[in-house]
Design a protein around this ligand. Sequence first.
Ligand SMILES: Nc1ncnc2c1ncn2[C@@H]1O[C@H](COP(=O)(O)OP(=O)(O)OP(=O)(O)O)[C@@H](O)[C@H]1O
Ligand SMILES: [Mg+2]
Length: 248
Amino acid sequence: MALALDIQGLYKMYKGGWSPALDGMDISVRENQLLGLLGPNGAGKSTTINILCGLVMPDKGTAKIFGKDCVADTVTVRSVIGVVPQQIALFGQLTAWENFRYFGRLYGLSNTQISERAGNLLKRLGLDTHADKRVGRYSGGMKRRANIIASLLHHPQMLILDEPTAGVDVQSRAMILDFLKEYNAQGKTIVYTSHLMEEAEQICDEVVIIDEGKFITKGAPKELIDNTPGCNRLEDVFLHYTGHSVRD
Ligand SMILES: Nc1ncnc2c1ncn2[C@@H]1O[C@H](COP(=O)(O)OP(=O)(O)OP(=O)(O)O)[C@@H](O)[C@H]1O
Ligand SMILES: [Mg+2]
């Protein structure tokens, strides 16, 4: 099957950084995978995602989405991906509807398209009765779900989410995870990051473990658990490869 995401030798040193954020990162994702990108704090997950959507320029290496280069062809790449960043990227002083109209127009959608698409997603993600409220007053889980809606208005073929379940309650998390599985079942590719190993074990068909800006290993959760001595859970595998020392 064709590669949805093909990252080769990505290197990024931020100005004033102590060490490279990415140090020869290689990641490949097949079409229609639901892939978990796992790594300790500072491993380079967000830097990788920010390069994919054109927010950060790599120093070396290549990143391609459906064959299009994320640096040279940012506009095309942005049209086929939806990105939910680690920090909520919505206007807090605007209502959800106002946010969706704004982002929908940026994607060149008509008001009718925005109303129909956002309306369906608001219902699916349990926000239809809150759509006229200011996003700044939403709970953490509501903000995450609203941000997911904003990233999907242009019907992207690939959805990239940076810690979409961080700081959300059990109910919101279950709704988000069910939704991701459902979107994936419609033939879409999903790459998402999380620090919750149990969650990744539950929903991902494959996970990639990275650390210190480098690829470490990849596989189906069960396959990684079975093939790593003394491991019964994905968390054991993660600790086996990334160690126990904290990343300060
Ligand atoms: N804008 C920046 N300027 C300087 N250094 C940065 C910047 N953004 C990230 N870094 C550094 O780059 C490294 C990788 O950071 P990144 O945010 O990509 O990691 P992460 O895997 O997303 O971590 P987390 O799990 O904490 O979100 C870290 O050492 C971080 O301190
Ligand atoms: Mg991050």
